[in-house]
Design a protein around this ligand. Sequence first.
Ligand SMILES: O=C(CO)[C@@H](O)[C@H](O)COP(=O)(O)O
Length: 216
Amino acid sequence: MMKLAPSILASDFSRLGEVIKETGDSDVDLIHIDVMDGHFVPNITFGPDVIKAVRSYTDIPFDVHLMVEEPDRYIKQFVEAGADIITVHVEACKHLHSVIQLIKSYGVKVGVVLNPATPVDVVDPFLAELDMVLLMSVNPGFGGQTFIKSTLEKIKQLRRKIANQCLEVDIEVDGGVTTENVKEILNAGANVIVAGSAIYNKGNISESVREFKKHI
Ligand SMILES: O=C(CO)[C@@H](O)[C@H](O)COP(=O)(O)O
């Protein structure tokens, strides 16, 4: 089952509440929220207070992608703000397994994120403990970049690992996904698609979602 997670990074921040409502009222499965700290990535976005402020605008699950150094310092705040799934970068955690355990201890879903240069094998020791692996298909920090093609091979490798262990771990792909390449990404084995510019740069959100889904 393919899931669509629009990334609000590309949306109009001056009307964030309405954007969340309009997105939630469209045919989407998750709302992808990019949290950037200006250290792990060279950009700054929003923190838990902003997420808390918009949480009541929809019931659609919030998929919170922490591009933050040592994210364990903030997990509790993001859970309290209303995150349903929290993903952390393997490159940003000093003690990755303890961060996974910490997130699970709050009863929310957990995922790890791999940058384009990080090999898929890093998930081997704890794949069975995860709900999702997010493969970045651009270097994190900004929307509107071009999809890195080598991600397709990483998706296939990861799908094989998940199938070999008979697990039900989602593979999410984030960065440069468009109506032109989404089919190839799904065929490689991804089942959760993040799309920012492809959804929010075209005016009406529901129409963009409907149009995007025609290509799946
Ligand atoms: O996390 C990130 C960027 O760091 C992504 O979520 C982007 O926001 C995706 O945007 P598009 O590439 O779809 O415009």
